[in-house]
Design a binder for this molecule. Structure first.
Ligand code: FES
Length: 56
């Protein structure tokens, strides 16, 4: 599922980024560029990152 249409980022890519060493949503944002354009995806992207980090 696409989370960020501006950058073409999927939920799987966000999970992979977290599993690959991103410790915060901020890290994911820097690594993938998710939420850096229109910002509409930020809430969902943050939620997926948090869920994957286990701090739901
Ligand atoms: Fe992610 Fe626009 S949908 S920045």
């Amino acid at each position: 599922m696409y989370v960020c249409l501006c950058q073409g980022i999927t939920d799987g890519q966000i999970r992979n980024a977290v599993q690959g060493g991103c410790c915060t949503y901020r890290d994911v944002r820097i690594a993938l560029g998710v939420g850096t354009q229109c910002g509409k995806c930020a809430c969902v992207a943050k939620q997926i990152a948090r869920e994957t980090l286990g701090e739901e």
